[in-house]
Ligand binder design. Structure first.
Ligand SMILES: [Mg+2]
Length: 264
């Protein structure tokens, strides 16, 4: 079966970092592209693995670029993690390696936060720029007690203006090294937990949805596993050479997400 042209999909899911913007800068013309998709009546969602801010913050950032977006069109690994925990572990006492916005969402979601590994019912790992030895120690204690270990996102690093910084995957590796256990569940892309939430939310079958992103091992892999159309953009962490040597070919390889509609 041949791939449908880029505009034949009913739903469009976009990664954020590296796909629509790079740090503080919008990628040229993606605002026009998104406006054109809106004009055509397409369903649009935004999906990020990054757990540092809330969905409201990401929506606000997009609006700052002149992109029309509702808060509930944005999902990130935090939103999905809290939703997952509410469904499967309501009220569980948590030991969390994560930052303020994640903790706030968990507290709002009815989860008591404890400060040691002995008392918790569940260990939640996330991107945490205040990660330190005692957090690793308490996490190890929790892991060795056998509580479920859940992580918000699998990314080893996060791109920033002048390179990369360690992300949740690095904390996961540290815990796995000292506890001898693997993380049980990872929420973010490419997991089927993230996938299920976004497809339910967009309300279209997977093959009617195009996922656009800049990472092969998360964005492209998740879309492919789901049977979605996939568009890799070369504005983020992946270059053409890496894309061509990756065994799982995306449906499309685009210089920029702006190419989805002819806006130039
Ligand atoms: Mg990205």
């Amino acid at each position: 079966m041949s791939s449908p042209p880029l505009l034949d999909y009913a739903g469009y899911v976009f990664d954020l970092d590296g796909t629509l913007y790079l740090g503080p800068n919008l990628i040229p013309d993606v605002d026009l592209m998104l406006a054109e998709l809106r004009r055509m009546g397409k369903k649009i969602r935004f999906l990020s693995n990054k757990p540092l801010q809330s969905r409201r913050d990401y929506a606000k950032k997009l609006r700052g670029f002149g992109v029309q977006v509702d808060d509930d069109e944005v999902m990130n690994s935090t939103t999905v993690a809290v939703r997952y925990l509410k469904e499967h572990y309501p009220g569980a006492k948590l030991f969390v390696c994560g930052e303020g916005p994640l903790i706030s969402e968990l507290v709002e979601g009815g989860f008591p936060i404890v400060n040691n590994g002995e008392e918790c019912d569940l260990l939640l790992l996330s991107f945490d720029r205040n990660f330190h030895y005692m957090k690793l120690y308490e996490s190890m204690i929790a892991a060795r007690r056998g509580v479920p270990i859940i992580a918000t996102n699998p990314d080893n690093t996060c791109p920033v203006d002048n390179g990369v910084i360690p992300d949740c995957g690095a904390n996961m590796a540290a815990l796995e090294a000292c506890s001898g256990r693997k993380v049980d569940i990872v929420i973010g892309k490419p997991s089927d937990i993230m996938l299920k939430v976004i497809l339910e939310d967009i309300g279209e079958p997977a093959d009617r949805v195009l996922l656009t992103g800049d990472r092969l091992e998360t964005d492209m892999r998740m879309g492919r596993l789901a049977g979605m159309g996939t568009a890799l953009v070369l504005t983020g962490v992946t270059n053409l050479e890496q894309a061509m040597s990756w065994p799982e070919k995306p449906t499309y390889i685009l210089e920029s997400a702006a190419e989805i509609v002819a806006v130039r």
